[in-house]
Design a protein around this ligand. Structure first.
Ligand SMILES: [Zn+2]
Length: 409
């Protein structure tokens, strides 16, 4: 008896998921059109649509054209724009709030800075979240309402437990802060939360963009200056027991280094690509290139790649050095995960030819790779903000839609 009821419940959830998926691109569809598209009976589709209308996810937008046989005009539906998600991105100097609807359209964005020369305490951050929540409550009135909150923070954030283990931005904060519980206190009217670190979101966002290509592959993603990265295994973004997977910046490259990283390790990859380290390298070689434009730059990776591509020989030396560091990181990943594709994005996605040549040269030295190691490398040119936003949108909406389909909300 329980087995039968369980099966029919599962089937109902699967059917609902299929129906709501048909609407996710924002199309206006009648039950008949959905029924034809997903090959479910019209009655099943109509039942699911009624359910979603009741939950506020779908709304009627009147009658469409009559059918070719001259039948009654069918009622049409679309995804509601009244339900909103709030994305909270806690950066080093500010919190960025973005409000968006189920169609992933941005409705409102605001930035709340922490103030100059201030070392924000956890309470300062939670109070900012609290006051912004009040502002939104005053601004948003029914039928509009916030149904999900997604929070992104650098450092070690455990997606499953919602606990911030450690933040490299706020090293003075205590360990193990229950961020999800705090958010639940601030937003008691919301029942769906997603807490993530950027590495997870970047990998999720990359997978969304290359879904068909990566569905049956092991993929590594490199992005941005801190080597924010991720591992996708046959469509699943790996997280690990302690959410450690993807923290490639803290891979120890030089165990004998006397420089301590913000994470506590010595000789992390992250330290080797810091602007201060790149400046040291440039200064060491500056004697031969006193006119290099790099010497008056900020030693950020995009600038180095730009100057290197433009023919600056000192910038080319630094770019080649970066190629060797990233090759070392990649080789270390490949002996534990052996990927089939690599995606470069963010700052590292703008790497020039000197970087790429140096990267490939380093890989070719490893004789455990096949003689012709043809690693497909893809460049994802979206901006950092866009990638993080898309990743967090995907994360919270997946939770929300799953919870609604399973009647948990
Ligand atoms: Zn480190």
């Amino acid at each position: 008896m329980t087995e039968i009821s369980k099966t029919s419940t599962d089937l109902k959830i699967i059917n609902r998921e299929q129906v709501i998926n048909a609407y996710k691109k924002g199309e206006i569809l009648s039950p008949v059109e959905v029924s034809e598209r997903i090959h479910l009976s019209r009655q099943t589709v109509s039942k699911a649509i009624d359910y979603f209308v009741g939950k506020g996810l779908l709304e009627s937008c009147g009658k469409g054209d009559s059918t070719s046989l001259g039948g009654r005009k069918p009622e049409q539906y679309r995804l509601s724009d009244k339900l909103l998600f709030l994305s909270i991105n806690i950066e080093k100097h500010a919190i960025i709030f973005t409000l968006f609807n189920l169609l992933y359209e941005k409705v409102d964005t605001q930035t709340e800075p922490f103030g100059k020369n201030e070392q924000p305490t956890p309470n300062l951050v939670w109070n900012l979240l609290r006051s912004t929540a009040e502002q939104y409550r005053a601004k948003i009135s029914l039928p509009y309402r916030v149904v999900g909150v997604t929070l992104t923070m650098r450092g070690l954030v455990n997606h499953d437990t919602g606990i911030l283990q450690y933040s490299p931005f706020f090293t003075w904060w205590p360990r193990s802060i229950p961020v999800r519980r705090i958010l639940q206190d601030i937003y008691p009217e919301v029942h769906c939360f997603s807490i993530d670190k950027p590495a997870q979101l970047v990998a999720r966002s990359v997978y969304m963009n290359h879904e068909e290509e990566f569905a049956d592959k092991r993929v590594v993603v490199f992005s941005q200056k801190g080597i924010i990265a991720g591992i996708i295994d046959h469509g699943k973004v790996l997280n690990g027991r302690n959410s450690l997977i993807g923290e490639f910046g803290h891979m120890v490259i030089d165990a004998n280094s006397d420089k301590q990283c913000v994470c506590g390790n010595y000789g992390c990859a992250l330290q080797m690509i810091l602007p201060s380290t790149l400046k040291e390298l440039a200064m060491k070689n500056a004697g031969s290139y006193p006119d290099s434009t790099l010497l008056s730059s900020d030693y950020s990776m995009p600038v180095i790649f730009q100057y290197s591509a433009g023919g600056d020989p000192l910038a080319a030396i630094v770019s080649e050095y970066l190629g060797r560091i990233f090759a070392a990181v990649y080789k270390n990943i490949s002996v534990s995960f052996d990927p089939e594709a690599l995606v470069l994005m963010g700052e590292i996605g703008k790497a020039d030819q000197h970087f790429m040549d140096s990267f490939h040269r380093e890989l070719s030295k490893f004789r455990y790779y096949p003689e012709e190691y043809d690693l497909p490398i893809l460049f994802d040119e979206r901006s950092e903000d866009e990638v993080l936003f898309t990743g967090s949108v995907e994360s919270i909406s997946r939770f929300y839609f799953n919870d609604v389909c399973a009647e948990r909300l």
